[in-house]
Design a binder for this molecule. Structure first.
Ligand code: 2U9
Length: 367
């Protein structure tokens, strides 16, 4: 036997042996694939046969030993086996996925016939409801909403409104001071001063200033923190008649179309003349009851024509323009509207009280 024929024979045996090994590997792979019961097990099978040191890969490595003439045929067979194994792996994988999906669908089945849990809805605070109502009425008459800081300087809160440091009117607004010059605003009037100074000489000024105010007061009808809406109109030729017209519309819109108003003379340092404004009793309509203390009237607003010096402090010339202003406490509106006797109920945080008011976005309050 020549060395050449020995080599040739070896290579020929290599060919047959490799074909046999391919066939065995194909059968073994098919059996292992069918037995794999999970995606992880299937992956192990893939590595075992097709991985870097897998059985099929080993056989393919042996290809180099084979007679060059036989190599293409052997390569074709090897590729066919590999493609077959890959096809089996894919098909088995898809079946396992389907089985897993139906297992999960079964395990996670939702009983859609069960009644759901209704989310508990919040309610608006009665002060927010009253505030929104008051804002709605004035904005419908063309008023713009202006805002400003809760912490004010003494000048904006008092001096610009004709209340110098020793003025007795300051006693009616016992205040929280940070320093001699910095104070928690006792009314929203500084917002209107700021607005005028920022916009002068533009006309008309027609704004409401809603917001939180602070006074050193605490009893059944006074809270140290409460809410006001103040209004200001400045233009050429504004009169007390304009003020009466606006507040009449306001009262009817807020308390109903039969509501009447009554103006009584009063005094405020920032308005001249000044008035206290009553509405016919919202409970008895004017015949007299407990709420109106048998007078038929309920005081709801303060108002007047803006004092010339206050106009000047806002940057407007009182020889050219005039204005009216008014103010009301929102807690008082809420208490009247919902029959609340003690202001402290509004700030006690008792949900049994608060839940009585209408849920967000629903009809009127159930007072
Ligand atoms: C400027 C000029 C004048 C606002 C006004 C009142 C009368 C008033 C009270 C009502 C109940 C305060 O919450 S309350 O205690 N307010 O009586 N407020 S006139 O006058 C202004 C405001 C701004 C520049």
């Amino acid at each position: 036997m020549t060395s050449d024929s020995r080599t040739r024979k070896g290579k020929t045996e290599g060919y047959d042996g490799l074909v046999a090994r391919l066939d065995t590997a194909r059968g073994a792979a098919r059996a292992a694939i069918e037995q794999a019961g999970s995606a992880a097990a299937l992956e192990e099978v893939r590595v075992r046969f097709l991985g870097r040191s897998g059985e099929l890969t080993q056989v393919l490595r042996g290809l180099g030993q084979v007679d060059a003439a036989l190599r293409p045929e052997l390569g074709r067979i090897a590729n066919e086996v590999r493609a077959g194994v890959e096809g089996h792996l894919t098909a088995r994988g898809l079946r396992l996925d389907a089985v897993e999906l139906s297992r999960r669908l079964e395990a996670e089945r939702v009983d859609i016939t069960l009644p759901g849990t209704t989310p508990r809805r919040g309610t608006y605070h009665p002060v927010s409801l009253a505030m929104a109502d008051v804002e709605r009425v004035f904005t419908s008459m063309g008023f713009e909403v202006a805002e400003g800081p809760d912490i004010e300087t003494d000048w904006y809160n008092f001096q610009a409104l004709n209340m110098p440091r020793d003025h007795p009117a300051r006693d009616m607004q016992a205040s929280f001071y940070f320093t001699a010059d910095v104070v928690l605003r006792t009314q929203t009037s500084p917002v209107q001063i700021r607005y005028m100074r920022a916009n002068t000489p533009a006309l008309p000024v027609k704004i409401i200033a809603p917001g939180r105010v602070y006074r050193c007061d605490d009893d059944a009808t006074h809270s140290p923190v409460f809410h006001q809406v103040e209004g200001l109109v400045v233009d050429r030729g504004i009169t007390m008649g304009d003020l009466k017209g606006v507040l009449d519309v306001f009262a009817r819109e807020l308390f109903g179309p039969t509501t009447r108003t009554r103006f009584r003379p009063s005094y405020f340092p920032f308005t001249e003349p000044s008035a206290e404004v009553d509405v016919s009793c919202t409970i008895c309509g004017g015949s007299g009851c407990r709420t109106c203390k048998n007078s038929g009237w309920i005081e709801i607003l303060g108002a007047g024509l803006v004092h010339p010096q206050v106009l000047r402090n806002g940057g407007y010339d009182p020889e050219v323009v005039s204005g009216f202003a008014f103010g009301l406490g929102i807690e008082r509106v809420a208490m009247l509207r919902y029959g609340i006797a003690d202001i402290r109920l509004l700030y006690g945080g008792d949900v049994r009280f608060l839940r009585q008011f209408r849920p967000a976005g629903e009809g009127r309050a159930q007072a």
